[in-house]
Design a protein. Structure first.
Length: 512
């Protein structure tokens, strides 16, 4: 198999080209801004288990780049982002290797790698400072090592694979959903139900649990930088998000839509491919792998994020595509009578589907890119304010937190979402003013959504005009002053932010 590079080079190159073309103009999703700040500081995330492997690896790289090349903190995101871009083709090669080992076919492996390379979600997150692509790479490499150990009965490979899979949980917690593979795969691969084999399986599982949980346990026990309080704050914010987006049967619609967007051909072919494999070989390694990937994605339904985010569905993709690729190749070979023609026909179908999906998703993608570019450029607005100001910036709250996090200012925020004070909005503003802090509102309509749960925050702003005076600073930025300040005579006209006064924006929300 020395010439295997001839097969994986094309999908890996395509993945890299797409990643570079669609690279995010700034950092990426909101979580990415947090990851960047934390990576520069060398502090774990308060989310879930801390994302320690991702953050501290990035931190070490930044320290090296800062020492050798004087890379400033405000440019650190470029290092982190292009590291993810570099991992993108490696992830495709890892998927190719896993699929080749499972299917025994370089053509099926290339189809599997192509399915991942053109996955819209994979492409989008290949150019962001996010954990999705690195975790996909890590979990795929772990599965390759573990499977090779099982088949060759080299226990050290089995244990290494389990350790790497456990470490991957500290990259992204959904890697833990592959735990059933560690328990079931040995016996599907031919291991006997004897004491020795059961013992090695239990040891591998124990190593997985330890590598997955010990880093978080150390952080929580040591309570460095008040980690416990931050983590409990994250728990409270998650409870608020769960209450806002409860898990209900109606969530099945966005769940299936996001699963479809992950890889349309994979979702459509998966049921029949699994049925055909079961009829032909019962519970084969390839079918078990696909079932583990499906199990990992099905568990996502029970998380509130299913209705608001599609990127988590990358979790199961590397385990699903080998089965689907093998099915496509067999079906096309039976229909066309030639495996070479079958391969090119399948590849053409995947590329055509990717182009169609790309055309459909382009407007949505462009809108998200525009918003993230605005986050990058928000630094210019912040330059207009005192460095210790309190800012109400709606959807750009994350930008304020980011620029403060890398040391550009000392701003405080009256946040959005879980950070929104609700009925305590007026007392919180008055408290800041009484303490001598200057409070500003950025009334740019783009930052204040007229739809969904965010509309309640937008509507609440209109009540400010009856409790405070306003002094216009520049553009849409106003300073809030007490009613007794006669020098503040400007009108903010906040009623223009109400949904009923923004019909076009409301229509856009309905389309998104």
């Amino acid at each position: 198999m020395r010439a295997s590079w001839r097969w994986w080079l094309a999908p890996a190159s395509l993945a890299l080209a797409l990643a570079l073309y669609f690279t995010d103009p700034f950092i990426g999703d909101w979580d990415g801004l947090d990851y960047t700040v934390l990576s520069v500081r060398g502090e774990p995330s308060s989310m879930a288990l801390g994302r320690t492997l991702f953050i501290f690896f990035n931190h070490a790289l930044w320290r090296i780049a800062h020492a050798l090349f004087q890379l400033p903190a405000d440019k650190a995101y470029l290092l982190f982002k292009y590291l993810v871009v570099a991992q993108c083709p490696l992830a495709v090669v890892a998927v190719w290797t896993l699929a080749r080992d499972v299917t025994g076919s370089v053509r099926a492996a290339s189809i599997a790698a192509l399915l991942v390379a053109v996955s819209p979600i994979f492409v989008i997150y290949s150019g962001q400072v996010m954990t999705d692509v690195p975790s996909l790479l890590l979990v795929t490499v772990a599965l390759v090592i573990h499977l090779r150990g099982l088949r060759t009965k080299r226990v050290w490979l089995v244990l290494c694979g389990a350790a790497l899979l456990g470490a991957g949980v500290n990259m992204r917690e959904t890697v833990a959903f592959y735990a059933p593979w560690l328990v079931l795969a040995p016996f599907v691969c031919g291991w006997k139900l004897r004491a020795k084999e059961i013992g090695w399986t239990l040891l591998a599982s124990l190593i997985f649990v330890l590598l997955a949980s010990v880093p978080f346990a150390i952080l929580y026990a040591s309570d460095v930088n008040s980690y416990r309080a931050a983590w409990q704050g994250w728990r409270e914010s998650m409870n608020a998000e769960i209450a806002r987006h409860p898990v209900m049967l109606v969530n099945l619609k966005p769940f299936l839509l996001y699963f479809f967007a992950l890889s349309p051909m994979t979702l459509i072919a998966l049921p029949i491919a699994a049925w055909r494999e079961w009829r032909a070989r019962q519970l084969s390694v390839m079918l078990l792998l696909a079932l583990c990937g499906l199990f990992a994605n099905l568990l996502l339904f029970f998380n509130y994020s299913t209705v608001v985010n599609w990127r988590y569905f990358l979790t199961g993709l590397p385990a699903l595509v080998p089965l689907v690729a093998d099915y496509f190749l067999r079906e096309q070979t039976a229909r066309l009578g030639n495996i070479r023609r079958a391969f090119w026909a399948t590849a053409a179908g995947i590329i055509f589907t990717a182009i169609v999906c790309g055309i459909y998703l382009k407007p949505i993608s462009s809108e998200h890119v525009r918003k993230r570019a605005e986050t990058r450029n928000y630094r210019a607005r912040l330059a207009l304010l005192p460095e210790d100001a309190v800012i109400m910036a709606g959807g750009q709250t994350i930008a304020v937190n980011y620029w403060r996090g890398i040391g550009a200012g000392r701003w405080l925020t009256i946040g959005t979402g879980s950070g929104w004070p609700g009925d305590n909005l007026m007392p919180e503003i008055e408290g800041h003013l009484s303490a001598g802090r200057r409070v500003f509102l950025d009334a740019e309509p783009r930052w204040w959504s007229p739809c969904g749960w965010q509309s309640a925050e937008t509507i609440a702003l209109t009540a400010l005009e009856s409790r405070f005076r306003f002094r216009h600073l520049k553009d849409t930025i106003y300073e809030l002053r007490p009613m007794e300040d006669a020098t503040a005579q400007d009108r903010a006209d906040l009623k223009r932010l109400l949904p009923e006064n923004r019909p076009e924006d409301v229509r856009k929300c309905a389309r998104e």
